[in-house]
Design a protein around this ligand. Structure first.
Ligand code: SAH
Length: 288
C-alpha cells in the first residue's frame, strides 16, 4: 500500500500544502447577510477545514455566538471573529454535559437576545446530527433559520480513505446506519435482516464500540464473513487511520489496533479500493 514512487511524491505534495496558509480571498457576490436574531445551522464537515463550504466561512465570519459540538476542530473555530462568544455543547469524558433540550433552549435564548447565532455541527447538520430537531424547535418559536449543509463523514470521510461510497459494478445503492440509538436501545433493535439485504454497501456512524455486535448481526443476516470492511478514524485529519479487515475478523482487529473514535465504518466491496486509491497520508494500521 502507498509504496510506489508516484504515491510517495503525491503524499509529499500534500504535506507541503498542509502548512499554515491564509484562506484564499474569494470574492463572491450574493453571500447572505447574517441578520440579528437568526440561527444558522451549519455543517462543519468531517474535520479538515478545507472542507468547509463558502457559506460556512461566511457564517463563521459574521456570527456573534457559536454553539458547537465535540467534533468541530479548533482550526475551524479560529475562523470566527475574536469577540464572538463560543459555547461548547458537546460531550466531556464520553458524557453529555448538555442534553438536547438545553441546547435548544440556549439557541432560543441567544436568538431572542438578538444575536446572530451559529449552530455548528460536525459533518452535515441533518445527517445523524439532530439538526432537524433543532430546526423544528426554532421554527416553532418563529425564529428564522438558514441551513448550511456540510460534507458528511460517511461520504467525504470515506473519500479521504480512497473509498467511493458508490462504485460501478459494486453497488447501485448505499445504506447509512447509526450505531447509536435514542435512549437506552441497543443496535439489535434495528432490522439487520433488512439492512443486510438492502444494499451491497453499508456505512455506519457511531459504531466503533459496537463493531463486534454489528458484525455478528450482519453475519447472522447472511452477509459473508469474507466481505471487506474498512474502519476510518479521524477521517480527513492528519492523524487519519484506516484499518481494512473482513466482517469475520474486524472486531478482533479493531480491538488489537486500539482505534480511537470518531470512526466511520464501511462494509462492502468498495472497502477494497482503499488499497488502490487511498491517497491521503495516513499511518498504516497493523493489528498485531
Ligand atoms: N453529522 C455528522 C455525523 C454526526 S454523528 C456527519 O454528517 O458526518 C458523529 C459520528 O460521525 C461519529 O461517531 C463518526 O461515526 C462520524 N464522524 C464524524 N466525523 C468523523 C471523522 N472525522 N472521522 C470518522 N468519523 C467521523
Amino acid at each position: 500500500m502507498m509504496s510506489n514512487d508516484f504515491t510517495s511524491r503525491q503524499q509529499e505534495t500534500i504535506r507541503l500544502q498542509a502548512t499554515d496558509r491564509p484562506l484564499p480571498d474569494i470574492q463572491l457576490r450574493g453571500l447572505p447577510l447574517f441578520e440579528s436574531g437568526w440561527v444558522w445551522l451549519v455543517g462543519a464537515g468531517p474535520g479538515d477545514p478545507g472542507l468547509l463550504t463558502i457559506h460556512a466561512v461566511n457564517a463563521l465570519q459574521q456570527a456573534d455566538a457559536v454553539v458547537y459540538d465535540a467534533l468541530v476542530s479548533e482550526d475551524i473555530l479560529n475562523l470566527m471573529r475574536d469577540d464572538a462568544e463560543q459555547i461548547y455543547a458537546g460531550k466531556r469524558g464520553g458524557r453529555s454535559s448538555w442534553d438536547q433540550s438545553d441546547i435548544i433552549e440556549q439557541l432560543i435564548v441567544l436568538a431572542k437576545a438578538g444575536k446572530r447565532v451559529l449552530r455548528l455541527k460536525g459533518g452535515d447538520p441533518f445527517v445523524f446530527g439532530r439538526g432537524g430537531e433543532e430546526a423544528e424547535a426554532l421554527m416553532a418559536q418563529h425564529i428564522p433559520i438558514r441551513v448550511i449543509p456540510g460534507i458528511s463523514a460517511g461520504v467525504g470521510g470515506l473519500a479521504y480513505a480512497g473509498i467511493p461510497v458508490t462504485h460501478r459494478d459494486v453497488n447501485h445503492a448505499v445504506t447509512f446506519v447509526t450505531g447509536h440509538l435514542a435512549g437506552r436501545e441497543g443496535v439489535e433493535k434495528m432490522d439487520w435482516n433488512a439492512i443486510a439485504a438492502g444494499s451491497p454497501v453499508i456505512v455506519i456512524y457511531m459504531a466503533l464500540s459496537k463493531i463486534s455486535e454489528i458484525a455478528r448481526l450482519l453475519l447472522a443476516a447472511g452477509r459473508p464473513s469474507t466481505e471487506p470492511v474498512a474502519v476510518v478514524t479521524h477521517a480527513t485529519m492528519p492523524h487519519q487511520r484506516v484499518l481494512i479487515g473482513s466482517l469475520g475478523s474486524i472486531a478482533g482487529e479493531v480491538a488489537r489496533a486500539q482505534l480511537e473514535p470518531p470512526s466511520i465504518i464501511v462494509i462492502g466491496q468498495v472497502a477494497r479500493l482503499h488499497d488502490i486509491i487511498g491517497w491521503f497520508p495516513a499511518d498504516p494500521v497493523t493489528s498485531d
